[in-house]
Design a binder for this molecule. Structure first.
Ligand code: SF4
Length: 214
């Protein structure tokens, strides 16, 4: 297991919010990446302008369709779940200023993780940052120094080239994972064969989907 890193920065030009639009919260396991299998409370924030054609959370794209929730309420719900980690995901969570939310979560004794495409300026205080860059909206430069793991979804050959290009921009200590695109079965063989030839990469599977849980 790679040791978590602590990272903090405040996004430019963003006021600190007291409320955030939330698609859903739920208690499950982290299904993907280095922390797969870990007891996790998820906060899925609304809003995404990345536009991945295979996105499995398209309902999250328009933040106006989702209710605002207070940061205090989110923190209280997370704490009552008593998880090992709290994962802030989306949508694209970095469309929001995350400093206040993450500082309150940490003040409550919770470990904060982020799942992001990195398409917007970095903000927040995190113990772990899962950086999952998408070709459809390239990352903001601020993400690269904060990545704890690089996780790239692979559908076709171009995605493998994208993964290699992105891997040159993160630290050599960052865990590098390739994840087959769930709706493209052929991508599993591609990822398997690629990792056997390129040992710097590891396979990430969506274990929550195999388990049939959220
Ligand atoms: S970045 Fe995530 S939420 Fe946004 S379109 Fe891509 S997969 Fe969907």
């Amino acid at each position: 297991m790679i040791s978590p890193t602590t990272t903090s920065q405040t996004a430019e030009f963003s006021a600190l919010p007291l409320e955030l639009p939330v698609v859903e919260t739920f208690h499950s396991i982290q299904g993907e990446g280095v922390w797969a299998g870990t007891n996790a409370f998820f906060i899925r924030l609304a809003g995404c302008d990345v536009g991945c054609p295979w996105c499995d959370t398209k309902q999250s794209w328009n933040p106006k369709r989702h209710s605002l929730r207070t940061l205090e309420g989110l923190v209280a719900e997370a704490r009552s779940a008593n998880p090992e980690i709290v994962v802030i995901t989306g949508g694209e969570p970095l469309m929001h200023e995350l400093s206040s939310l993450t500082e309150q979560l940490k003040a409550a004794g919770l470990q904060t993780h982020l799942e992001t495409s990195g398409a917007h300026p970095f903000s927040g205080t995190f113990d772990w940052v899962t950086f999952s860059p998408k070709r459809f909206k390239p990352p903001h430069a601020s993400i690269y120094a904060h990545a704890s793991e690089l996780k790239v979804v692979i559908g076709d050959e171009a995605d493998l080239e994208w993964a290699e290009q992105q891997s040159t921009q993160v630290s050599s200590t960052v865990a590098k994972l390739l994840q087959p695109e769930w709706e493209t079965p052929s991508s599993r063989d591609k990822v398997f064969a690629y990792v056997l030839k390129h040992p710097q990469w590891r396979v990430s599977l969506q274990t929550h989907k195999f388990l049939g849980v959220q």
